[in-house]
Write a protein that binds this ligand. Structure first.
Ligand code: FAD
Length: 433
């Protein structure tokens, strides 16, 4: 089968559906091809074990202007996540779990200020990396571990920042870029409270799926699910996209929204730039697991924190409260975390929450998922200078959009929507003038 459209969009996560909607609204004939049997990509609101949970991307905040505008535009409700503003924080420091005490708060907060003391100079304008590009490059090779090594932090500070940043980067401190962590801190106004709230306080009451549906319905673009793109060829007239079934789509432009870790899984002719290929071979290091814990009764609004060297559970917090059953959302860097038995996780959880009764665990293996090969995007140390500009760079008739190489909120739903929107605008300008 062969079809001709104005623009073909490859991938139906938030970057793809936003680009498709915006292009359709600008009068283009748009076809979106998605390999999965659903839209939404690395967001997936689903009923598991009788609970509606977000297996992937979840939390949004008004410091994220594109996604918050979508929430407002479609009138979608958000709800709070109880454990983000916890009544009790159980933290494992030097092998010992204790509740964070009122008189430790100043020490806790001062740790973040010290760790991120350079952030304001490096990301004075977090939406404009060129503004302090030299400072970004000067720190590019440093890992989170390097930054720890340079500071004289207390054990409490090391654990709280360490656990938090292991969750934010979904990898160990030696593998995560310090500059990237400073970017997130700067985007939230160099302020711990907003940093914490942005990470995990507000989620869509009816799930990210409600926003996916709203964008798709409003966009009215054509979609083919279960359709995997095998190759993309550029021609003078535009692009020729071939699916694994052998179907062909001709278009003036293509929006490529493949996750960074999958860019090399599609054959491009001419080949993608050396930088894009290298970045995709190297892969981003966002891995780990989001693990949900169904527990008996109501544990209250609790949070746990640890470093991965001290526990398989680097953090968790109450996600949904109920009288009979509640759910905690947890994070782990341990390989096979989703395969651990209830008994094994019970022993881990109980260390932080004595008396807790674990009923079941569940989650999705995004690293093992062939269509994501990772969770959210975290750059390795030493890669921003090489890849941050090269990844979103247009190549001929191919425009690139992805949460994985967005400016500002890279690695977030916000970045995906922002980059999809800007890809659509760029294409409209280049075709319509
Ligand atoms: C566990 C987890 C928790 C997260 N938590 C948060 C959070 O709380 N807040 C937040 O803002 N962000 C969070 N994120 C990150 C956020 O979900 C992503 O940054 C964002 O959804 C990425 O959108 P995208 O469109 O760029 O990529 P994707 O959503 O990955 O979309 C790319 C699409 O391309 C498709 N595709 C791949 N190969 C092909 C092919 N050959 N042909 C056709 N289609 C193909 C894929 O199936 C996919 O649907 C989380 C992510 C994960 C995994």
């Amino acid at each position: 089968m062969s079809r001709t459209v104005d623009v073909v969009v490859i991938g139906g996560g938030f970057a793809g559906i936003t680009a498709a909607r915006d292009l359709k609204h600008r009068g283009f004939n748009v076809l979106l091809l998605e390999a999965r049997d659903r839209l939404g990509g690395r967001t997936w609101y689903k009923e598991v074990n009788g609970f509606h949970v977000e297996l992937g991307g979840t939390w949004i905040h008004w410091t994220q202007p594109f996604v918050w505008a979508e929430k407002e535009r479609y009138g979608l409700e958000v709800q709070e996540t109880p454990g983000c503003v916890a009544e009790r924080v159980a933290i494992k420091v030097d092998g010992q779990v204790n509740d964070l005490q009122e008189d430790q708060l100043a020490e806790f907060l001062q740790g973040f200020e010290l760790f991120f003391a350079e952030a304001k100079q490096v990301w004075e304008r977090p939406y404009d990396q060129d503004h302090c590009w030299d400072a970004i490059c000067a720190h590019d090779s440093q890992s989170v571990a390097d930054r720890f090594a340079a500071l004289d932090l207390t054990p409490l500070q090391r654990t709280s920042i360490g656990g938090f940043l292991e969750i934010l980067s979904m990898n160990q401190p030696e593998n995560a870029s310090y500059v990237e962590m400073m970017r997130c801190w700067s985007l939230t106004g160099w302020n711990y409270e907003i940093f914490n709230d942005t990470a995990a306080r507000y989620k869509f009451t009816n799930g990210t799926g409600e926003l996916v549906d709203a964008i798709a319905e409003d966009g009215g673009f054509d979609v083919e699910l279960n359709t995997s793109v095998a190759s993309v060829q550029q021609s003078e007239a535009g692009v020729v996209v071939t699916t694994t079934n052998g179907d062909v789509v001709n278009a003036k432009r293509a929006v490529v929204t493949l996750p960074l870790n999958l860019l090399n899984s599609v054959s491009f002719d001419p080949p993608l730039s050396a930088a894009k290929q290298e970045a995709s071979t190297l892969k981003h290091v966002g891995g780990g697991y989001k693990v949900f814990f169904e527990v008996q009764g109501d544990p209250g609004a609790v949070m746990t924190l640890s470093r991965s060297t001290d526990s398989p559970l680097i953090g968790s917090f109450t996600y949904k409260r109920g009288e009979q059953h509640s759910v905690l959302a947890g994070f782990s860097l341990e390989p096979g975390a989703l395969d651990k038995s209830v008994d094994e996780w019970q022993a881990v959880l109980e260390e932080f929450l004595p008396g807790v009764k674990l009923l079941s665990t569940f989650g999705h293996d995004w690293g093992g998922d062939a269509l994501s090969q990772g969770s959210w995007c975290t750059y390795r140390p030493g890669t921003i200078a090489r890849f941050a500009n090269a990844l979103p760079q247009q190549e001929g008739n191919l425009v690139f959009a992805s949460g994985d190489h967005a400016q500002a909120w890279r690695g977030f739903i916000e970045g995906a929507i922002a980059s999809g929107s800007s890809a659509a605008l760029g294409i409209a300008k280049s075709i319509q003038g």
